[in-house]
Write a protein that binds this ligand. Structure first.
Ligand code: CO
Length: 208
């Protein structure tokens, strides 16, 4: 790839935007008020805005390997605090994806160095749902299910944050678990019943 091509692409993108609205960038510079916080995987095939049909200014984005929200991750915590507490988004989305290399790696017995503690977050999800996962005989089905359960558990990790609990009480913020299927391009709502999950865990995680 010729890296200079990117600047040519950028030039034509700017022209396209200005052709439609000559104040497009001027208006963007005035500030942002996105409705959605999207937490997704760094995988190059899983774009954030593009797969949702959204553009600049419409979604606050956090991406890392296997869309995790680890307890001690100050980056994820800062993003969530800013998006929910300051920008006042009304929806938080955790979006996983089938064919996730991070989840695949966590299912294998190998020492991956610096990735070990990161992937341990996913191994912890496996341990929490070991009975369900081990009952799935087909390895690919088990892999897909772990991807879905990882999304569910990361949604729970989002709810552990005080700022989210406050926003839930004050304005009924919604947390959604989705999976993107790379093979079909479809976005799937896992329809995780967070109210039900919340009932079961808030005695432990409630902060206020
Ligand atoms: Co991934």
């Amino acid at each position: 790839m010729d890296i200079n091509q990117i600047f040519k692409n950028n030039d034509s993108w700017v022209k396209d935007k200005i052709n439609v609205d000559s104040n497009y960038f001027e208006n963007l510079s005035k500030g942002q008020s996105p409705e959605i916080l999207y937490i997704g995987c760094s995988d190059s095939r899983v774009t954030a805005e593009e797969l949702m049909g959204l553009g600049p200014g419409e979604v606050f984005v956090h991406r890392n390997i296997a869309n995790t929200v680890p307890n001690l991750d100050m980056s994820a915590a800062s993003v969530i605090n800013y998006a929910v507490g300051v920008l006042k988004v009304n929806h938080v989305v955790v979006c996983g994806h089938y064919y996730c290399g991070g989840v695949k790696a966590a299912m294998q017995q190998s020492d991956l160095g610096i990735l070990n503690p990161w992937l341990r977050n996913i191994r912890d999800v496996y341990r929490l749902h070991k009975d369900e996962l081990n009952a799935i005989k087909d390895e690919n089905d088990r892999y897909n299910r772990l991807i879905e359960l990882n999304v569910q558990e990361q949604c729970v990790n989002v709810i552990k944050q005080a700022v989210v609990q406050t926003a839930y009480k004050e304005r009924g913020i919604k947390v959604h678990g989705w999976v993107f299927d790379i093979k079909t391009g479809k976005l799937i709502d896992l329809k995780i019943d967070l109210d039900e999950i919340l009932k079961g865990i808030m005695e432990i995680y409630q902060l206020s």
